[in-house]
Write a protein that binds this ligand. Structure first.
Ligand code: DX5
Ligand code: ZN
Length: 214
């Protein structure tokens, strides 16, 4: 199983995003994780479409867009146009999950579905035949720099076993508190797409940090 690293630019130097993108490319980071928060689904507001558009014009790195917004269905066409390569939405959002998946897949981009720490992973089983990835949040969504919630490892393990037993080929992404210590827990449990924000961008050597995660 290939492991991919997705760098959450919430942890980047936002005054110098272009240089931060160059650093990701130079250090073999696989994806750019773009956290969108609307102040309703989560208690924080991050950045949105105009920033993603600019980034897409600047760099061809894979854009892994994480929508922490109440009504993802309404904004799928905009996020596709802005250059998303994959769009992940929350099963807990107010939109109808079947319709969101259809909108994303019909646009030709990859689709992920996410669960917050308190949501049972079984909630997404009925969508697994249509999505490319499940994102298991390993912190409460809303802020970077939080501590990994150990109880989430069991959900990763449960999902990995379920998709293996049922011959389903999708990725399992984890997001929140991933660093050189917690990485072994999530990898052993079966995650293969690892989001990292503060650990990657604050490391004295991003190259070494990437190696420690892979
Ligand atoms: C949290 C975000 C994460 C966050 C991860 O709501 O979805 O992507 O930026 O940051 P770290 O790696 O610092 O926990
Ligand atoms: Zn995220």
């Amino acid at each position: 199983m290939t492991t991919y690293i997705s760098a959450s630019i919430l942890g980047a130097d936002l005054l110098h995003l272009a240089e931060e993108c160059d650093r990701l490319k130079a250090n073999n980071v696989d994806m750019l994780h773009f956290d969108v928060m609307d102040g309703q689904f989560v208690n924080n507001i991050s950045f949105g479409l105009p920033v993603l558009e600019k980034l897409s014009r600047y760099t061809d790195i894979f854009k892994d867009v994480h929508l922490m917004i109440s009504d993802p269905l309404k904004y799928i066409p905009d996020f596709v146009r802005a250059g998303s390569d994959m769009i992940t939405f929350h099963v807990e959002s107010n939109s109808d999950a079947d319709q969101v998946i259809e909108a994303i897949k019909n646009s030709g981009v990859k689709c992920g579905i996410s669960v917050k720490p308190g949501t049972p992973v079984e909630t997404v089983y009925r969508y697994l035949d249509r999505v490319d990835m499940v994102l298991i949040m390993t912190v409460e969504p809303g802020f970077g720099g939080q501590g990994f919630i150990p109880e989430t490892a069991e959900k990763i393990r449960t999902l990995r076993k379920y998709i293996t037993d049922n011959n389903i080929s999708i990725d399992i992404e984890v997001d929140g508190g991933i660093n050189e210590k917690t990485v072994s827990v999530v990898r052993e449990a079966g995650a293969n797409v690892l989001v990292s924000g503060s650990y990657l961008f604050n490391a004295s050597s991003m190259a070494d940090a990437v190696v420690s995660l892979k």
